[in-house]
Design a protein around this ligand. Structure first.
Ligand SMILES: C[S@@+](CC[C@H](N)C(=O)[O-])C[C@H]1O[C@@H](n2cnc3c(N)ncnc32)[C@H](O)[C@@H]1O
Length: 354
């Protein structure tokens, strides 16, 4: 996942220069992508399975608690805040970086003033007791805190143990746990709500009772778990690339007593080919709230990836902000597509007849 990462970005260059002199085995990149000039023996914490594609550094998933706890003795920990993941996630990254440092090690963060550099600096002080700006370039500041013998464990825990609860009338009595770094972490997305309401009403009207449902791009599981509740005889197979979202979705399924009928899998889109896994069976219904910011080709490939996994004629419902891109890709793959406009959202109903 390269969203927000570019080697030409002045902020990335500032971080890269500051980290390049360190033995890469003692450099930690906290959800920051590979940094130019920082060797392949560095360690990267990743949030999303897609960040593993082509990664130079050794990657550790953010949900791998054991491996994260082993991270220590780092001389440098670099944090590259990405606005679309939320400030709470950047603060967590700072805390994880600080905890991994050896005494004398440096926590680095490059940010712009109007992107919250001041509040990031405040949290660096909370964690390590000091911060200074060591370089500037075109509006970016490279901020550094030095490990002077102590990381404040309470300050770190406050940033790492953040959890939210999502409740919404569209979800009935389902309560979803959520956390920094996942989509719509504090509340049910309005598009997801529109999709649930639309499909719920249509299913009633048509007497739709699917035995197998697919949720592509599942997040922390609202659509998958709603579907499992709505159709008590259905098995639901859900795919999501964000490792933390998958972890939370599994937790949410267990908490709702639905884990025997719902399978959350961390993957980059649908599997390409046939599979012996008994959960990988043709969907009689699919629900999709795809990523809003994906580029045209990525979005097209993602939604068309459902094709081999749908039973002939089975409906795929997508709630989309750019109806044109998805419709074009689906039609080019032979699907018939009908658009419904509801509550300010475009909901597409697509099907492949064979
Ligand atoms: C708009 S959100 C919807 C999440 C959830 N379905 C909901 O309604 O709250 C899109 C989700 O797609 C995930 N995603 C993006 N690209 C993906 C990919 N290639 N494969 C699987 N999931 C992906 C994102 O991590 C994000 O959680």
């Amino acid at each position: 996942m390269s969203e927000g990462l570019s080697d030409d970005d002045p902020g990335i260059r500032l971080l890269a220069r500051a980290a390049a002199s360190v033995d890469p085995r003692r450099a930690l990149l906290v959800c920051s992508g590979d940094l130019p000039g920082v060797g392949g023996e560095a360690t990267r914490i990743v949030l999303d399975v897609r960040e593993r594609h082509g990664a130079r550094a050794r990657t550790i998933g953010i949900t791998d608690v054991g491996a994260l706890a082993e991270l220590r003795d780092m001389e440098v920990a670099a944090v590259w805040p990405r606005a679309h993941l939320g400030k709470d996630f950047s603060l967590e990254c700072l805390a994880r970086g600080a905890l991994a440092l050896t005494e004398g090690g440096r926590l680095l963060c490059a940010a712009r003033k109007h992107k919250g550099a001041d509040s990031l600096a405040d949290v660096m002080v909370e964690l390590l007791g000091n911060v200074e700006t060591i370089e500037r370039d075109r509006g970016y500041r490279l901020m550094q805190s030095v490990h002077e013998g102590r990381v404040d464990p309470d300050a770190a825990a406050r940033r790492i143990d953040v959890r939210y609860e999502i409740r919404d009338h569209a979800l009935g009595d389902l309560v979803l746990q959520s956390a920094p770094g996942v989509f719509s972490r504090r509340e049910l997305d309005a598009g997801t709500r529109a999709l649930i309401e639309h499909v719920g009403a249509l299913a009633q009207e048509r007497g739709l009772v699917p035995a197998s449902v697919i949720d592509l791009c599942a997040g922390v599981g609202p659509l998958a778990l709603w579907a499992a509740r709505r159709w008590p005889g259905a098995r639901v197979w859900a795919i999501e690339s964000n490792l933390r979202a998958v972890d939370l979705a599994r937790f949410n399924a267990r908490a709702a007593g639905l884990d025997e009928r719902v399978r959350f899998e961390s993957a980059d889109g649908m599997p390409a080919g046939p599979s012996a896994d008994s959960w990988h069976r043709p969907g009689e219904l699919a629900l999709v709230n795809p990523p809003t910011h994906a580029d045209r080709d990525t979005l097209g490939a993602l939604v068309v990836g459902l094709r081999p996994w749908m039973a002939p004629g089975a409906p795929v419902f997508l709630v989309v902000s750019r109806a044109g891109v998805s419709t074009e890709a689906l039609r080019a793959s032979g699907a018939t597509v009908v658009a419904h406009n509801t509550s300010g959202y475009a909901i597409l109903e697509a099907r492949w007849d064979g």
